[in-house]
Design a protein around this ligand. Sequence first.
Ligand code: PLP
Length: 419
Amino acid sequence: MNEQTLAIHAGYEKDAMGTMAVPLYMTTAYEFRDTEHAANLFALKELGNIYTRLMNPTTDVFEKRFAALEGGVAAIGTASGMAAIFYAIANVAEAGDNIIVAKQVYGGTTTLTGHTIKRFGIETRYFDVRNPSEIENLVDDRTKIILFESITNPSIDVADFDAIVAIANKHNILTCVDNTVATPILCKPFEYGVDITVHSASKYTTGQGLAIGGVIVERHNLVEKIKGNARYAHFNEPDESYHGLIYSELPLPLFTLRVRLALLRDLGAAPSPFNSWLYIQGIETLPLRMKQHSSSALAIAEFLEAHPKVAKVNYPGLKSDVNYELGQKYFKGGHSGLLSFEVEDKETAQKIADSTDIFSLVVNIGDSKSIITHPASTTHQQLSAQELIDAGVPGGLVRLSVGIEDTQDLIDDLTKALG
Ligand code: PLP
């Protein structure tokens, strides 16, 4: 099936009522037929609903639909994109381990990896996404995962999947891509050998800035990389917290299953069924919206490139962009709605961000409504001067999340703001 059809139908089988729309199951718990049924569910002898912190029928449709679009085997919803990223790390790393992360990532991912998980005893080693060969010198036998963004936010670099995956596979290390900005419509990381993807569903998935959520997706046959791999002993040894279950021996997608059984059970950042239902509505139009976001962003990038007050535009769809070749190689159908441009200094950037009418000054991306952000004074404010440089966020950088309003109206708005 083509993705526009998957976006409308995947993961949903009509119930006895024949409801066309996916039902919203707002419930905390589910009645068991009898104690044997309950025991079988807890022992995974039978799969079914137990409690909404672990699973929910509406969330299940969202997960199956998202996995189908991404080309993965299974997905698991979380309460936010940050929870998805944290769980992807916590599912493999513990105190004494290290992870390797691209310098150019979302500010929240920088603070999570550089500060919060450090307090859990997990070390983060950073590499420049523009120079993936740096990874080789960072790897040791306690390295558990390599994390990077397919299109980086906000520096708008495109990751060289082949180069990163080759080093990871040489050392049998899992790779995890934050595919939020690209979405499964424009980029399919599993086709390039990536093992796990994470997304903030708060962005293009809802498409209308309606709800915070996240999702983790697992590729087909991941067990082959994990089974017997000494780096991932806890997938290969009995889990004492789940009566001796060995994840790598189950006929089920093991990474997402462990997030569900161990991390959602114990840490609990589960999505609200209502939010899952909103994501399902959003996904129906995701392929259509991504085409419009991408074509409008390209037109705006070309307009900005020709503007005398703009020193530099970062957008992989531009032929002049340093990421153009990688964008052509790994993306299909466009390069999403995120772009950034540099003006003379911080004050000029702030003035532009304060002067638009249609672009709203908001710290979000991936909304149908266009957004303008000044990262140095907002999303990246907590970063040190060095972290700002590493993340590619100079004071004069303005970020746009191009929405799906009329393209010419957006260009007119920017023309006025640039003065
Ligand atoms: N990943 C990327 C690329 C993001 O841009 C964001 C938020 O802006 C996140 C993750 C975090 O997602 P959430 O806000 O849903 O926790």
